[in-house]
Ligand binder design. Structure first.
Ligand SMILES: *Cc1c(COP(=O)(O)O)cnc(C)c1O
Length: 426
């Protein structure tokens, strides 16, 4: 499609957008009395209007029923999480038994590593990407030390080549081959939080498993954003947070995936708790742990139902929309944003560089822009003028044109504000 950097053209794209009506489902902050242009749905998604009713329902049941709510609420609390199995499994491409909701993301990755990182003298190395999200780096290092290994020996980071912003796929595959029979685990972010680069999860999973390792994915920026087929791709495990693209509220419950082939393997170590115990016999309070045969068997504690309520509202919305429609709009609006950026750069010599891959297969709902010029003060100008982006050192703003609630006109309008900002800084 030939794009144009005009309001009329952007409005035309909005008029043809089948998801446009979902914009009204969200609550937008205001700056100077004007609804903001929100680009930080990859950090904290906006609040859907329907969410409050889900939370109120739990609050009301708690008031009316107290402890009886566990079994007699309209949506009983004791198996509230099972409502996620069908819709959430579609979002990540899993069987319903392969997904669960519990804890928060880093905690879930720790629990998964208890199971899937079993280093031996010979096979003890972990491959991850250079500059992974800090929580992942801390987590991996602490697990390695916990097992008595030195992170310097055990952690192999895949690096960017000098002068390049993204990691090359062939470098991932070659590193896996090189580490070979010393490789215990590959654990990477499916979408890099900084550049928005999307990795080839299927091919990397296969390469890691061919080397004899387990392969797991941190899908913090993947769930609700990219096409996933975790079951078909044979991924061993994955976990994600729900507060970024999945709009379930600050710090909210995470989701996890464990491939079906591990469900009956009772030799795999895991940290157990009563919520992972055989559901039919849970309340018999027996001493012997008998795990649920499914991802739910990795649960530990009874569930934070008040946190799950907004997550359920969100998952049901995603189920209505469907990932294919979401991805279709995502690609168009991301390309349009990229186009607008280049047009503004040409008009006012903005001196910025898009560091997200230009190949649509290697990116999703994010454009990261490296500001060679004004930097931080331009970011502040955008915020003051109602464009919410985020700033990452040394000089990067990240823009997530989230397809559920961003409009094409937002992209055009953003371009105009950016242009005025650059001009006022010259
Ligand atoms: C956001 C994010 C996290 C956050 O972890 P929490 O445990 O939810 O605080 C972890 N990893 C990645 C890759 C992220 O993008």
């Amino acid at each position: 499609m030939e794009f144009q950097n005009t309001r009329e053209f952007a409005r035309q794209l909005d008029a043809n957008d089948k998801l446009a009506k979902y914009r009204d489902e969200f609550i937008f902050p205001h700056v100077n009395g004007k609804q903001v242009i929100y680009f930080t749905g990859n950090s904290l998604g906006l609040q859907p209007k329907r969410t409050k009713a889900y939370v109120d329902e739990v609050m009301d049941d708690w008031g009316k029923l107290a402890v009886e709510g566990h079994f007699y609420a309209d949506k009983p609390w004791w198996d509230y999480h099972e409502r996620f199995a069908a819709p959430l499994s579609k979002i990540v491409g899993a069987l319903p038994s392969e997904v669960t909701v519990m804890n928060t993301l880093t905690v879930n990755l720790h629990l998964m590593m208890v199971t899937f990182y079993q280093p031996t003298q010979k096979r003890f190395k972990i491959i991850c990407e250079e500059k992974a999200f800090p929580s992942d780096q801390y987590m991996i290092k602490s697990q390695v030390k916990f097992h008595g290994y030195d992170p310097e020996d055990a952690i192999v980071e895949i690096k960017r080549r000098p002068g390049e912003h993204n990691i090359r796929h062939e470098d991932v595959i070659n590193t896996i081959k090189e580490v070979g029979d010393e490789l215990a685990l590959v654990l990477m972010g499916g979408v890099n939080y900084y550049t928005g680069q999307v990795f080839d999860i299927k091919a990397i999973t296969k390469a890691g498993q061919d080397a004899g390792a387990y392969v797991g994915w941190d899908l913090a920026h993947g769930a609700g954003n990219i096409h996933l087929e975790l079951h078909e791709w044979d991924v061993d495990f994955a976990a994600w947070c729900s507060y970024k693209y999945m709009n379930s509220g600050p710090g909210n419950a995470s989701g996890a995936f464990v491939h079906e082939r591990h469900h009956n393997d009772m030799d795999l170590p895991r940290f157990a708790g009563w919520w992972g115990h055989n559901k039919e016999r849970r309340f018999l309070m027996e001493p012997q742990f008998d795990p649920i045969r499914g991802a739910n068997g990795w649960q530990v504690s009874c569930l934070p139902v008040l946190s799950l309520a907004p997550y359920l509202a969100s998952v049901e919305m995603f189920d209505e929309v469907g990932m294919p429609a979401l991805i279709q709009k995502r690609d168009l609006i991301t390309s349009y944003l990229e186009y607008v950026l280049h047009e503004i750069d040409k008009e006012v010599n903005g001196n910025f560089e898009v560091i997200t891959p230009s190949e649509p297969k290697e990116r999703a709902s994010q454009i990261s822009v490296y500001l060679h010029g004004e930097g931080r003060s331009l970011f502040d100008y955008l915020m003051e003028n109602g464009v919410i982006t985020d700033w990452r050192e040394p000089n990067v703003i990240r823009l997530a044109p989230v397809p559920l609630y961003c409009s094409f006109e937002d992209m055009y309008e953003f371009g105009q504000i950016l242009k005025a900002g650059i001009q006022s800084h010259k």
